[in-house]
Design a protein around this ligand. Sequence first.
Ligand SMILES: Nc1ncnc2c1ncn2[C@@H]1O[C@H](COP(=O)(O)OP(=O)(O)O)[C@@H](O)[C@H]1O
Ligand SMILES: [Mg+2]
Length: 273
Amino acid sequence: MTGTTVKDEGQVRPMATMPPRVPLLSMKQITKSFNAVEALVGVDFEVHAHEVVALVGDNGAGKSTLAKIVSGVLTPDSGIVEIDGEPVSITSPSAAHALGVATVFQDLALCDNLDVTANLFLGRELTRGGSGLKDGEMEQTTKRILQDLNSPIPSVKTELRALSAGQRQSVAIARTLIGNPRIVVLDEPTAALSVAQTAEVLTHIERLRELGLGVILISHNMVDVRAVSDRIEVLRHGRNNGSFDAGTASYESILAAITGATKYTQGGDRRYG
Ligand SMILES: Nc1ncnc2c1ncn2[C@@H]1O[C@H](COP(=O)(O)OP(=O)(O)O)[C@@H](O)[C@H]1O
Ligand SMILES: [Mg+2]
């Protein structure tokens, strides 16, 4: 096969006529209210394998609510969620895990008094059927995952309290890779980090894409978002308000969608920038 043709059911035809790929995750017309607060109203969202999609918007736009629906922490009032084109109900975090969705929430939920390996396997320890834990195996897996992420954490036996905020974020991201997920959701992973630590986390995100995962990156930081994502989806007041190609969209056009200076009209041209 050459670089410019693909084989499909015996047919060889140019790449340009390939059918659209089925998204890894597709959310259609998702609505979620908390009593009188409409957190999400008819939101559409998609992520493909090998793709980083940034979810941006002002405080209260609905970003974390959407992340919690993907993670099974919240269930939508209405709308359809599909994985590989098949409708799914993500009714709990364990259901999300079983469907290949892993999430790093803003609080990280790590244990300071435990080492890196123990944090990766927290609650999911590998046991030897009653005769203790498979420490060696867990350490090897931890080392491999940190290598996969290009993480420079010196030892997997280091207690979390000795790590920097950036290294802790690395551990939280590494933890998501236990169980070979296909979709990783990161809620504000760089919010509390220095410039150097942020660069490290962005490298991990690029590695997740190279490993073939679909990544949902929630962030306030337009520099980060434009550096690492393929596509930028804007939420405003719980509604889609723009979809941008991260490589070409201007900062001003993204900002205008976030602040509401430009409005996305359903059925209109969603791509501007
Ligand atoms: N558990 C909750 N109970 C009531 N209101 C909530 C709850 N979670 C979120 N909200 C409200 O939903 C809206 C969207 O919140 P959120 O998804 O956290 O926004 P973002 O992450 O974009 O800042 C906000 O108005 C917020 O106050
Ligand atoms: Mg949030």
